[in-house]
Ligand binder design. Structure first.
Ligand SMILES: Nc1ncnc2c1ncn2[C@@H]1O[C@H](COP(=O)(O)OP(=O)(O)OP(=O)(O)O)[C@@H](O)[C@H]1O
Length: 263
């Protein structure tokens, strides 16, 4: 038995989703979806294209209003609670989107300072010092602070986006396809960074990904979206035993075998 947050008996849910329904016109994306995310784990969300992985992430962080269900994040009811309750939760998470979603007219430092400016009352010098700290935490050189997002490589933009997600010292970080578009060395370095941040900051990570290497390298647990809900969840080692066509194809195919051999 490992000592991972996914298997410990004293595990604590930091995100609880119950009975979630998402619908766009006639298209039902999620129906009666339940999910728990445990404190301190890296949870990988996988599933075929269009199964609603990004919609799930966007719904939890309040960018998509579901048709039904409840979502609790760190004790706050983020769907039906008061504005204060929602804000309290919001300050405890950071989101790094697939394309970085950085403000294009702001420098990297100004991007990282943006959430602090919105949520905290700090002096300019303290914000700058904290911003520089986050930027070095994600492995970017100080030189990057003054650059615009367009002046960065794709990998650097992803790290800058992560620095911004860490701006408020969150307990939870949401990552949407963090290694998509990175070369294998850059992707492995990003995985190592997430592992390091989890270890040093005790972060909980909710990660939508297609990257089998990442799943094997950093995820404590996998949640498989299929048939409009989380159909399976558990450590990656058990995934090959699941009798479901998509899960079998995904976790026992040649790419999965190659990823497994690297661990
Ligand atoms: N705002 C929206 N309006 C209408 N339909 C939407 C909206 N957002 C998402 N959808 C639909 O919901 C479904 C799930 O989308 P989502 O982006 O979550 O898929 P995904 O599992 O992340 O896919 P992929 O792996 O291809 O990125 C898709 O069919 C998509 O077209």
């Amino acid at each position: 038995m490992t000592d991972s947050p996914a298997t410990r008996s004293d595990r604590e849910a930091v995100i609880t989703v119950r009975g979630l329904r998402n619908q766009f016109g006639p298209q039902v994306v999620h129906d009666n979806l339940d999910l728990d995310v445990w404190k301190g784990e890296v949870l990988g969300i996988v599933g075929g294209s269009g199964t609603g992985k990004s919609v799930l992430l966007r719904t939890i962080v309040g960018l998509n209003r579901p048709a039904a269900g409840s979502i609790n994040v760190l004790g706050s009811d983020v769907l039906h609670g008061s504005r204060e309750e929602r804000l309290r939760a919001e300050k405890q998470w950071g989101v790094a989107f697939q394309d970085g979603a950085l403000f294009s007219s702001l420098t990297v430092l100004q991007n990282v300072e943006a959430p602090m400016r919105e949520h905290l009352k700090l002096s300019a010098s303290l914000m700058k010092a904290l911003g520089e700290l986050k930027i070095s935490l994600v492995g970017l050189p100080q030189l990057a602070c003054g650059k615009l997002p367009s002046e960065l490589s794709g990998g650097m933009r992803k790290r800058a986006s992560l620095a911004r997600a860490l701006a408020l010292d969150p307990a939870i970080v949401f990552l949407d396809e963090p290694t998509a578009g990175l070369d294998p060395i850059g992707a492995a370095a990003y995985d190592e960074l997430i592992n390091e941040l989890k270890r040093s900051l005790g972060l909980t990570v909710f990660m939508v990904t297609h990257d089998l290497d990442s799943l094997y390298a950093i995820c404590d647990r996998i949640a498989v979206l299929a048939e409009k809900r989380v159909l399976f969840e558990g450590p990656i080692e058990g995934m090959t035993e699941i009798d479901h066509p998509w899960v079998q194809e995904y976790f026992t195919g040649p790419r999965a075998r190659a990823a497994q051999e690297k661990t």
